[in-house]
Write a protein that binds this ligand. Structure first.
Ligand SMILES: O=C(CO)[C@H](O)[C@H](O)COP(=O)(O)O
Ligand SMILES: [Fe+2]
Length: 224
């Protein structure tokens, strides 16, 4: 897997041709697939569930599927997504009554676990679970919809999260989600992110490869 991971969000894909869209974006160079689960309760939108994840596996998708749960309650969905073939399962800490238990359920099921922070959710939820997570996901928009603008304050929060991760000594990815594009991906990487969700920036264009190539080019400049 690359040091920098590009994770197209299928929220902006054509759902009528989802298997083909996922094949195309992986063929175009995406590393993993970001899978947004919205319940019209925790967030004001309704999307897809475990059956669709399972259908993508049945279709032949072998890439990691990064399931971003925007649901409340959380635990009821974890087992279903483990069974459906999820690779990463992340959830919002304030949506779980028992964060430690939810994280443990994910790892016990053989998946990688992560916590997701809304723009105004403090990082203190991380304090006692650094040894139980594989991913920190910072939302750079308020969750619920694709196509929103990146909230600039996320850059400082990324630097804060990066410092916490580095100080922990654990192998934890730092993902960012919302309003990421070719234009701002380098700046976001410089702030400490290593995993980049992009929905509308990729699926909104007809040539996925050219967008992903140009994101990689931007990221290559950060490495130097
Ligand atoms: O979790 C999400 C929204 O809640 C999506 O992953 C995110 O918004 C991606 O869309 P875009 O790149 O178009 O902002
Ligand atoms: Fe997401």
């Amino acid at each position: 897997m690359n040091d920098f991971i590009i994770a197209p969000s299928i929220l902006s894909a054509d759902f009528a041709r989802l298997g083909e869209e996922v094949d195309n974006v992986l063929e175009a160079g995406a590393d993993i697939i970001h899978f947004d689960v919205m319940d019209n309760h925790y967030v004001p939108n309704l999307t897809i569930g475990p059956m669709v994840c399972k259908a993508l596996r049945k279709h032949g998708v072998t890439a990691d599927i990064d399931v971003h749960l925007m649901v409340k309650p959380v635990d009821r969905m974890i087992g279903d997504f483990i069974e459906a073939g999820a690779s990463f399962i992340t959830f919002h800490p304030e949506a779980s009554e028992h964060i430690d238990r939810s994280l443990q359920m994910i790892r016990d099921g053989g998946c990688k676990a992560g916590l997701v922070f809304n723009p105004a959710t403090p990082l203190h939820y991380l304090k006692h679970v650094m040894d139980k997570i594989d991913m920190v996901l910072l939302m750079s928009v308020n969750p619920g919809f694709g196509g929103q603008s990146f909230i600039p304050g996320t850059l400082d929060k990324l630097r804060e999260a990066r410092a916490l991760i580095d100080a922990s000594g654990y192998d934890i990815r730092l993902e960012v989600d919302g309003g990421v594009s070719e234009k701002n991906i380098a700046e976001i990487a410089r702030a400490g992110a290593d995993t980049f969700v992009a929905g509308s920036a990729i699926f909104g264009k007809s040539d996925y490869k050219s967008v992903i190539d140009s994101m990689r080019k931007e990221l290559a400049s950060v490495r130097q």
